[in-house]
Ligand binder design. Structure first.
Ligand SMILES: NC(=O)c1ccc[n+]([C@@H]2O[C@H](COP(=O)([O-])OP(=O)(O)OC[C@H]3O[C@@H](n4cnc5c(N)ncnc54)[C@H](O)[C@@H]3O)[C@@H](O)[C@H]2O)c1
Length: 321
């Protein structure tokens, strides 16, 4: 197993003020590392980062090559999470193209000059489209249904090309839906679990797009952070992609049932029209490669993860009341 220990190491975390990023920053600093966060605060917020930890913040964009290169001269590793999300990307594919593809290319180009010890790039299970075989293995051919999946896959392809051609030590993690603390429900782009928790707490039936029988593989954020940092630190990960999921699928209807139960409520759900980004029917990832190569495995069950996320939600609500 790769030990997550950043003692004596400095890490650039792009998108570090976002949901996954702020959790990554916390883990790196608590395991002895120094962090520089590069974020344009598009969806990120510095309040996501724990107030008791030291870090350096640079407000700026991954689309700014000189800035990216200058920051990369100061670090050992890069966790590249900055991206426009699927909703913005669908509304404005050009904005997505500039950040998700252009920003990733900037990191890789700068790596040729600055030679970091490792880079990890966060891709998405959305690149699998509607897969033929479940659970989805990394070798499943990509099917890009959305501009977002096009850009996430393009970022991956640049990673493999820079690894093969220029020996840039980069690995790729393909996340399924991540949830957990810091996924702020007041952010209109946030994931479904936080939104559902807020809705149920307010006694409002969560809005479910379509019939609710679509399934997803929900990953607790601490598990995703572990997988990401193990891929970053493992020399066996360079040039490879790893599915990071829970390995279990659940329908959206069952998710709502679980949340109602855990929160002691019974508000059911309201069915509304499918959106253009809801065209994936079933999703569950095969996570054997990360298990065997990185010795990573998800540790938090869905029930436990939901419980922790609900506790976080109530704690934040109390603090801001
Ligand atoms: N959360 C998930 O379920 C999920 C699933 C698959 C893939 N991912 C990927 O994981 C990464 C992190 O996602 P997240 O859920 O934390 O999203 P998020 O929106 O909370 O975080 C993204 C961060 O990147 C920043 N950012 C956006 N454009 C930028 C730019 N041009 N320059 C600098 N910073 C910029 C945002 O301000 C934000 O802080 C993204 O790359 C996303 O595509 C997330």
């Amino acid at each position: 197993m790769i030990e997550i220990d950043f003692t004596g190491k400095t890490v650039l975390v792009t998108g570090g003020a976002g949901f996954v990023g702020s959790n990554v920053v916390g883990r790196i600093v608590r395991t002895g590392g120094k962090v520089i966060v590069l974020d344009d605060l598009f969806t990120g917020d510095l309040t996501n980062i724990d107030q008791d930890i030291p870090y350096e913040f640079v407000e700026g964009s991954v689309t700014d090559y000189n800035l990216v290169r200058d920051l990369m001269t100061r670090v050992d590793y890069v966790v590249h999470l900055a991206a426009r999300n699927i909703i913005i990307s669908t509304k404005n594919p050009m904005e997505d193209y500039r950040t998700n593809i252009g920003g990733t290319l900037n990191i890789l180009m700068a790596a040729r000059e600055t030679q970091p010890k490792g880079i990890v790039y966060s891709s998405s299970a959305s690149i699998y489209g509607n897969p033929r075989i479940l659970p989805i293995m990394e070798d499943e051919g990509p099917v890009t249904f959305s501009p977002y999946s096009v850009s996430k896959l393009a970022g991956e392809n640049y990673c493999y090309a820079f690894y093969e051609t220029f020996f840039v030590p980069v690995s790729v993690v393909r996340y399924s839906n991540i949830y957990g603390p810091k996924q702020n429900p007041s952010n209109p782009y946030c994931g479904v679990i936080s939104k559902f928790i807020m809705s149920i707490d307010q006694g409002i039936s969560p809005k479910v797009h379509g019939d609710g029988h679509q399934t997803r593989d929900f990953t607790y954020v601490d598990d995703a952070v572990d997988g990401t940092l193990m891929a970053l630190l493992s020399p066996r990960a360079d040039g490879m992609m790893f599915n990071i999921g829970s390995g279990a699928e659940i329908s959206i209807l069952d998710l709502v049932r679980n949340l109602n139960e855990l929160m002691g409520k019974d508000v059911g759900c309201e069915h509304i029209d499918r959106r253009d980004i809801d065209n994936i029917r079933r999703r569950v990832l095969n996570i054997e490669r990360a298990r065997t190569r990185l010795r990573w495995q998800p540790r938090v069950t869905l029930r436990e993860g939901l419980r922790r996320t609900i506790d976080w939600y109530y704690a934040i609500k109390k603090k801001t009341a």
